[in-house]
Design a protein around this ligand. Structure first.
Ligand code: SAM
Length: 272
C-alpha cells in the first residue's frame, strides 16, 4: 500500500509515522509513505502557496498551481486527466475537507483495495475549487467539526487503511471484531486482575466455555450498538437470534418489568 501526502507542514507527520503500527508496516515493506511539500512546487521566487480569495472575505486560499504541479509530478498528468474524464479511478486523489463525505470503515476498506492513494491536506480557508475540478476524485471529512489543517485527517486515514493491509496486524481477528468491522460496536474487554477495587470481570469470561463467551460478546456488542449508535443497526448484518435479542432489549426499555421474562440474554454481565 502506498500513500502520497501533499502538505505545507511535512514535519507534522514525523513522530506519528515513526512509531507503532505504521512504522512497523513501513519497516516490513507492507506500506510506503511519501510526504510532498506543496511549497516545493510553487513557481515564484518566494514559494507562495496561498492568496486572498476572489470576492473578498477573510482568510487565504491555497493556490491551484502548486497542488496541480505536485499531483502531476507524482502521478503524471495523463492519469489525472483520464480519471476525471472516464470516472475510472486507478489512484484515488483525496482532498481532506470538512465539506466532504464522512470517513468510515467501509471507505477505509475501499481505499485499501486501490493499493495507492493520494491525500491533499488543506490549510487556511481551504483549496481553490479548480483543484477539485481538475484532479480530486474523493472529498473526505473525518467528522462534523473544523480543524486547522488536513494533516491530522490524513494521519487518521493512513492509520485506518494501514490496519487493513494484510500482514500488518499480528492478530487478524481484530479486523473482524473491531468496532465497525461487522457494522456493530465492539464488546467490552477485560484483562488481569480478575477483581479491581471491587469490580469483577464478568464470570462468563473466566468460564473457559468458548461458545458462551462468544454469545456474551455478541450480545454486548448488540447492546452497546443499540444504546450508543442505533443508526448502525440498520445496516449491520444480523442473525435471527440477534434480532430476537434486540427485540428483547426494546421490550425491556418499554416495560422494564418484562426483564424477568427475557429468555435470550446471556446473564453474566460485568459487575458494577
Ligand atoms: N473553510 C473551510 C470550511 O468551512 O469548509 C474550513 C477550512 S479548515 C480551517 C482548513 C483545512 O483543514 C481544510 O482545508 C481541510 O483540509 C482541513 N480540515 C478541517 N477540518 C476537517 C475535517 N473535519 N475533515 C477533513 N479535513 C478537515
Amino acid at each position: 500500500m502506498h500513500f502520497d501526502i501533499l502538505t505545507l507542514f511535512p514535519g507534522l507527520f514525523e513522530s506519528v509515522f515513526r512509531e507503532s503500527i505504521v512504522k512497523r508496516a513501513v519497516d516490513a515493506g507492507l506500506v510506503s509513505i511519501a510526504i510532498h511539500n506543496i511549497r516545493d512546487y510553487a513557481q515564484d521566487k518566494h514559494h507562495v502557496t496561498d492568496d486572498a480569495p476572489y470576492g473578498g472575505g477573510g482568510g487565504m486560499v491555497m493556490k491551484v498551481e502548486p497542488i496541480i504541479l505536485a499531483l502531476e509530478d507524482i502521478l503524471g498528468a495523463e492519469l489525472i486527466a483520464r480519471q476525471k474524464q472516464t470516472g475510472e479511478i486507478q489512484v484515488p486523489i483525496i482532498l481532506l475537507t470538512p465539506a466532504g463525505r464522512l470517513f468510515n470503515q467501509e471507505m477505509a476498506r475501499e481505499f485499501e483495495r486501490y493499493g495507492h492513494i493520494v491525500l491533499i491536506c488543506g490549510r487556511y480557508e481551504g483549496v481553490d475549487e479548480r483543484i477539485c475540478e481538475l484532479a480530486v476524485t474523493h472529498e473526505v471529512s473525518i467528522g462534523d467539526y473544523v480543524l486547522s489543517g488536513g494533516e491530522i485527517p490524513a494521519m487518521v486515514i493512513v492509520e485506518a487503511v494501514t490496519r487493513l493491509v494484510p500482514g500488518v496486524l499480528g492478530d487478524m481477528r481484530a479486523l473482524i471484531e473491531d468496532s465497525h468491522a461487522s457494522g456493530l460496536l465492539e464488546y467490552p474487554h477485560y484483562t488481569r486482575p480478575a477483581e479491581f477495587r471491587g469490580l469483577q470481570v464478568p464470570e462468563v469470561l473466566l468460564s473457559g466455555d468458548h461458545a458462551k463467551v462468544a454469545r456474551w460478546r455478541r450480545q454486548q456488542a448488540l447492546r452497546r450498538t443499540w444504546e450508543r449508535r442505533p443508526d448502525l443497526l440498520k445496516r449491520a448484518k444480523l442473525s435471527e437470534e440477534d434480532r430476537r435479542f434486540l427485540e428483547t432489549l426494546q421490550q425491556q426499555k418499554e416495560s422494564p418489568e418484562a426483564e424477568e421474562a427475557c429468555p435470550h440474554e446471556e446473564r453474566e454481565g460485568p459487575a458494577h
